[in-house]
Design a protein. Sequence first.
Length: 211
Amino acid sequence: MSILLKICVTDCVSNERKHFPIAPLSPGLWLASKSKLKTGGSWKHMAAMATAELCDSNVTLLANGDLRVLHPIFQIYGQRHVFSGPIVTLKVFEDNVLLKELLETKGEGKVLVVDGAGSMRCALVGGNLGQLAQNMGWAGVVVNGCIRDVDEINGCDIGVRALGSHPLKSNKKGIGEKHVPVYVAGTLICDGEWLYADKDGILISRSELSV
């Protein structure tokens, strides 16, 4: 059995109703057409792919390492439990100045992957940065470390993954490295790769996946 659907969206800029077709796929895996809707300066994907289905349909990529599964160590936060996008990497340690600098740039549906060295001694992302990420059009933030202001972040229209929460804020020295390979949750992640996340887990792909 296949499913053929259309998503009807109202563009808040022109107030026009637009329809985006979804390709017919097996139940449990919906793939939006490559059309995207630009709303308020940010790009949003109309549908997402299930990580379990992606694993089942990409056995060869899993075998050769072009598709990797992160270790299941992350907690789920934010309103978007399902998100995907090209990756921007950041390496820091208990310091979120560079993290804020990146989130102040246009996200355009990207996912920020932050290697905070797994520190459980302070939070790298709080409510203000969660709101900033939403406003700038980021699809999500994955933190190998902690967040805080959980209720505020859960109210933001982004996807957030972190090891846990911590009430203490981080340092403000501006030390770290942008756009460098990071080793997070059992795999090396490079700037420009693709991330797919849902309630089952997180996948890293060398390139954008299609079905």
